[in-house]
Design a protein around this ligand. Structure first.
Ligand code: PEP
Ligand code: MN
Length: 351
């Protein structure tokens, strides 16, 4: 339920109402929009009579029920305003959101060694990326496949961060690793396989770094938004949703089906920023450029793209990784698409 306050409501009045709602056993959250303040109420609101709330104060403009099961993630909860997530990086603040330039995240699937991660970092930065990706802890289908370098992989990401000033995004698989990953990463990734690892979601929601939440490979949009809701409910408002392809029957020509229709659907349902990962979404590097363009055309706020200096030798996901040269070409090609879609192409200029 949301309580919309009239323009100019004095702060002590908002605080008084907030206190009243707490006494009723609810969890009120003050949400400051561009024009109005709204008090979001989560808890057992089903039996609450909106008229009783309207009578509490002459400053209450309206009381609305949020029908969706994802309350905090819903657009209504933020008065229809899209959330902008501002992430400090050594190169300056990078902003994710519908009203911002497109943010590009690029790098290898796995962090392999210092020379290669630093080389890729320099190359993707020069092409216009703002974030370096790379897994130190890898979720692999086979227990015999390369599992990532773990803690020493984090040191390599740190070296690349120092060398380039790029922001770092890397995956958290186990909540025990959150503190050490958060020392290096500016954004924590929850992978597709962990999208419904609810204890991980609660713990990652209880720490302050923004979270990049991949869609589970067989998750509905509602499952996905409920996963985001876990993070928001635990106190972390900064969640970026990333579509990375859903399971399909074609294992040869596409690894997954990249659900670009998720972009307009999410835009209508949630205020959270939306990212697209065409690399995992398609599985083949040749499909990445057309799908990246399509993602921008469909309204994505951010792209995550795998780039490796020598894809044939990559320890994971080589077939879907672009070479740095191919990434340069793609970034140059994306700029006019971004502009055509009314997004600044700033994100495609070197930082
Ligand atoms: C990754 O980003 O390398 C990854 C493992 O992604 P996903 O969880 O989408 O498979
Ligand atoms: Mn990968």
């Amino acid at each position: 339920m949301i309580v919309v306050m009239k323009v100019g409501t004095p702060t002590p009045e908002i605080d008084r109402l907030t206190g009243e709602f707490k006494d009723w056993g609810l969890e009120p959250e003050k949400i400051v929009g561009s024009y109005k303040v709204v008090i979001g109420l989560v808890g057992d609101t089903a039996s609450l009579n909106p008229e009783r709330i309207e009578e509490l104060s002459p400053w209450v403009e309206s009381v609305l029920r949020v029908e969706a099961p994802f309350k905090r993630a819903s657009r209504e909860y933020r008065q229809n305003e899209s959330t902008v997530i501002a992430v400090p990086t050594p190169n300056g603040e990078v902003r994710f959101g519908e009203t911002e330039a497109i943010v590009t995240i690029a790098g290898p699937c796995s962090v392999e060694n210092e020379a290669s991660i630093v080389e890729v970092a320099h190359r993707v930065k020069a092409a216009g990326a703002q974030f370096l990706r790379g897994g130190a802890y890898k979720p692999r289908t086979s227990p015999y496949a390369f599992q990532g370098h773990g803690e020493s992989g984090l040191d390599l990401l740190e070296a690349a961060r120092e060398a380039t000033g790029l922001g770092i995004i890397t995956e958290v698989m186990d909540s025990e690793d959150i503190p050490k990953i958060a020392e290096v990463a500016d954004i924590l990734q929850v992978g597709a396989r962990n999208m419904q690892n609810f204890s991980l979601l609660k713990k990652i929601g209880a720490q302050p770094k923004p979270v990049f939440l991949k869609r589970g490979m067989a998750a509905t949009i509602e499952d996905w938004l409920m996963a985001a809701e876990y993070i928001l409910a635990a106190g972390n408002p900064n969640v970026i949703l990333c579509e990375r392809g859903i399971r399909t029957f074609d294992r040869r020509y596409t690894r997954n089906t990249l659900d670009l229709s998720a972009i307009p659907v999410l835009r209508s349902l949630t205020h959270l920023p939306i990212a697209i990962d065409p690399s995992h979404g398609c599985g083949w590097s040749s499909l990445v450029p057309p799908m990246a363009k399509a993602a921008i055309a469909a309204g994505a706020d951010s792209l995550m793209i795998e780039v490796h200096p020598n894809p044939a030798k990559a320890l994971s996901d080589g077939p879907q990784s672009l070479t740095p040269d191919a990434f340069d070409t793609l970034m140059a090609e994306l700029a006019p698409f971004a502009e055509l879609c009314g997004r600044s192409a700033k994100a495609t200029q070197p930082v």
